[in-house]
Design a protein around this ligand. Structure first.
Ligand SMILES: *Cc1c(COP(=O)(O)O)cnc(C)c1O
Length: 457
């Protein structure tokens, strides 16, 4: 029997835990992030067999490596089948250069991949423990709908999302407010930071302990592990010599959860040549990679790839741990990672808003490739890498850039740059006509607290 994988805290001041406990805890008690003590390897013959598998079967194998002994194989297979019931298109751009569209889930962003899996795992363990959980989250748009949709309809989990009424688009709002059931949405006549402040205060309020609050935010190990899967999927489907040839991925990055999935996949045995880590104007990572000096960007810069406006990526602590260093939750580096190996595995570049817009236009004109701002940062990152490293720029070299949101989520930008309205994906069709329901509350902690106590006895 394989031993279960244990998860340690990147601050090294909390006990290591098995998967189910790390999942339900979220952040380690010493404020570190959970990471696998041992990264399981996937044998080459299994990677070759993935060519003929469905995405959910690949997900079951890859995530199952981390969950040995923590879940029945059959139960896991049922959960991955249920979570991944949508397409993952691999669109050829030219030669063997592809875009992987991770935007066909219910909220049309790649966050569906992690959110839907984490929700099913949490519900599975909560049911076993006969426990309930109340997920509390503040959103400036996309995270809220991904979380609300991911946890929609589960018995042991309730969801409350706070959003600033005047700061989200109608389309973003409707993705949350048309759900109902176990999902409650609160609009505050305030700013995003105020919503977040109320959520933080609730977490710190001992009188609410009985509600079993959880944030389900991006630092949960349960959101990281599912993001290893699509790298194996793309490789297995596109490689002509699986196991022998090496692939290049480009990952548009903000909080670095996506790129950490890539790094874990590589350590598990994915044959990768290089990962291009493309950021927007928040360039703290490319600067760190090439100078060894790390400085947070406070406040973060507002770019059109808004989901990547992060001035201090929380998953950086994990990356640094993976390369033998140590960074605490404030961003202080106690021990530098192996920078040389990091530079060998990665190429990182910052892409300006101007370049992002130019890329949306040129990708459409040159290849009829429709990108939105996040995917354009990734594609531009790949183009810059190939320009700088012509030794990789051959027709045979397999490269995949990630598109993390659907262009229809940015209709104004696309109309401005390309002059037409992007078609809606099936998941967003008809949403304008659905009935909305949400509560509007004053921006006062006591009002919010009363709401929680009244609704969840
Ligand atoms: C969250 C998000 C990103 C950034 O992903 P990270 O894992 O935070 O690096 C990129 N694109 C879109 C559309 C997102 O929602």
């Amino acid at each position: 029997m394989d031993k279960p994988v244990l998860f340690y805290s990147t601050n090294h001041n909390a006990p290591s835990l098995p998967f189910d406990q790390a999942l339900l805890k979220g952040q380690a008690p010493d404020k570190g992030l959970y990471m696998p003590e041992k990264i399981p390897g996937i044998p080459g013959d299994i990677i070759r067999k993935m060519k003929d598998m469905e995405y959910h079967e690949i997900a079951s194998i890859v995530t199952g490596m981390f969950l040995k002994g923590a879940v029945e194989e059959k139960e896991l297979a049922a959960m991955t089948r249920d979570a991944y019931n949508y397409d993952i298109p691999l669109e050829q751009v030219y030669e063997r250069k592809y875009v992987m569209r991770l935007d066909m889930g219910p909220t049309a962003s790649f966050k569906d991949f992690a959110g839907r899996m984490m929700a099913r795992w949490m519900n599975y363990y909560l049911r076993k423990l006969n426990r309930k959980l109340l997920i509390l989250t503040a959103t400036s748009g996309d995270t809220g709908s991904a979380i609300a949709n991911a946890f929609y309809g589960f018995d042991n989990i309730n969801v409350v999302v706070l959003f600033p009424v005047n700061e989200v688009t109608a389309r973003q709002r409707k993705q949350m407010t048309t759900l109902g059931k176990n999902v409650k949405i609160i609009g505050l006549n305030a700013k995003f930071d105020d919503c977040q402040a109320l959520v933080k205060q609730a977490f710190a309020d001992n009188e609410l302990d009985y509600l079993n609050l959880s944030s389900a935010n991006s630092i949960n190990i349960g959101r990281l592990i599912p993001q290893t899967v699509y790298y194996f999927y793309a490789y297995a489907k596109l490689s002509k010599k699986p196991g022998e040839e090496k692939i290049i991925f480009s990952v548009p990055s903000g909080n670095f959860g996506d790129m950490m999935g890539a790094m874990l996949a590589m350590k598990m045995g994915l044959p990768a040549e290089k990962f291009v880590i493309a950021t927007n104007e928040n360039d703290e990572f490319p600067v760190f990679l090439y100078t060894g000096k790390y400085g947070k960007i406070v406040p973060s810069k507002n770019c059109i790839s808004s989901a990547m406006n992060v001035g201090h990526p929380s998953n950086l602590a994990r990356l640094i741990a993976l390369y033998g260093g140590k960074m605490d939750e404030t961003g202080k580096i106690d021990k530098l990672p192996d920078m040389e190996t990091m530079r060998k595995d990665m190429f990182s570049v910052s892409v300006s808003d101007k370049e992002t817009e130019d890329t949306i236009i040129s990708a459409w004109e040159n290849y009829k490739l429709l990108l939105e701002p996040h995917g354009a940062v990734g594609w531009q990152g790949l183009e810059l890498f190939l320009e700088k490293h012509p030794e990789y720029d051959t027709p045979e070299k397999l490269c995949v850039s990630l598109e993390t949101a659907h262009p229809a989520k940015f209709p104004e930008k696309i109309r401005e740059l390309l002059g037409f309205d992007p078609e809606l994906p099936p998941s967003l069709e008809g949403i304008e006509e659905k009935d909305e329901k949400f509560d509007e509350l004053d921006n006062r902690y006591n009002v919010f607290k009363e709401f929680l106590i009244e609704n969840y006895k």
